[in-house]
Write a protein that binds this ligand. Structure first.
Ligand code: NAP
Length: 291
């Protein structure tokens, strides 16, 4: 890849970013497609500097950004326009600098639903337990409600945050039964009747922690799908548990790839090939974990 004065710059804003596969995935794809684009990381330690960072980004005429933890909600007030879904979700994960204006989108929810489609997992009339109530959980819960889920159980460490999200779903989708509980053994009775279990907390990124006790997880039906949104490490503790206990499972890589596809669509208006993105992710994971 030759970076020159015409290179289009995109990148990832968040903190910390050392775990992210996005730069390796995007730059692999840009190389393969001979695109004069480059994907950088912008690890910003403090939310107080977001405005300053975005001003500099604008002055330098870069193309756009992905936004990740912990700034998906914090960037919203600094944008000129926000898509309808991102406004409802209160979180942005893609920014496009267009004619000097920052436009924010949220492709997490779409990416999540598309990745379930890839797994041939139907959402309509399903009961889903979501662990977490942060940006990723909000996008997933709203998209599941839009797609016709029957019941959504939100289990979060901070109960009020889960309750706020439950209220949002109830106000927008009154037909969906929505319950907020604490991330604890309280989840057990809901888990026993669920079809899909989604981990949208960051618990498991350390490679050792489970978001729920094994004894609680055991109540999840063997016919259910365990979906861990975490993709690094690729085999999360929850995915390991699901494999050992014969539950269908996935980590967050399919969602990340769908989300990457959605980001490029926003920036360039064309779709990246999913097979090429998968090839890029395999190369990135090999480099990260065996290299
Ligand atoms: P976020 O907005 O910061 O939310 C973090 C969530 O994790 C909150 O619900 C928080 O609970 C919970 N949490 C954090 N530490 C915890 C702990 N020690 N015990 C219990 N709960 C804890 O982050 P996010 O953007 O939603 O991301 C959440 C996860 O999804 C991350 O692992 C991220 O990598 C993953 N993700 C993956 C994709 C993908 O494409 N695969 C996309 C987006 C996100 P409190 O409310 O109590 O703080």
């Amino acid at each position: 890849m030759i970076v020159n004065s015409r290179t289009k710059i995109v990148g990832l804003l968040g903190y910390p970013l050392s775990h992210s596969l996005s730069p390796a995935i995007f730059n692999y794809v840009f190389n393969k497609l001979n695109l004069n684009w480059c994907y950088l990381t912008f690890p910003l330690p403090s939310a107080e500097k977001i405005n300053y960072f975005l001003d500099c980004f604008k002055d330098m005429g870069f193309v756009g950004l992905n936004v990740t933890m912990p700034y998906k909600e914090a960037v919203v007030p600094f944008l000129d326009e926000v898509s309808a879904f991102a406004r409802i979700a209160g979180a942005v994960n893609v920014i496009h600098l267009q004619d000097g204006a920052f436009i924010g989108y949220n492709t997490d929810g779409r990416g999540f639903i598309d990745s379930l489609r890839e797994l041939e997992e139907e959402v309509k009339q399903k009961k889903v337990v979501i662990l977490g109530a942060g940006g990723a959980a909000r996008s997933a819960a709203l998209s599941l409600a839009m797609e016709g889920a029957e019941k959504i159980i939100l289990a979060n460490r901070t109960r009020e945050r889960g309750e706020q999200l439950a209220q949002l779903i109830k106000s927008r989708f009154p037909q969906v039964e929505t319950v907020a509980v604490r991330l604890s053994a309280e989840v057990k009775s809901y888990l026993s009747e669920a079809d899909i279990l989604v981990n949208a907390t960051s618990v498991g990124m350390d490679g050792v922690s489970l978001p729920l006790e094994k004894e609680v997880l055991a109540s999840f039906p063997t016919s259910g799908l365990v979906y861990d949104m975490i993709y690094s490490p690729p085999e999360t503790p929850l995915v390991s548990w699901a494999k050992e206990n014969n539950r269908k499972n996935t980590n967050g890589l399919p969602m990340l790839l769908q989300q990457a596809r959605g980001s490029f669509q926003v920036w360039e208006g064309s779709e990246l090939d999913l097979n090429l993105l998968t090839e890029a992710a395999e190369a990135a994971l090999k480099e990260e974990f065996n290299g």
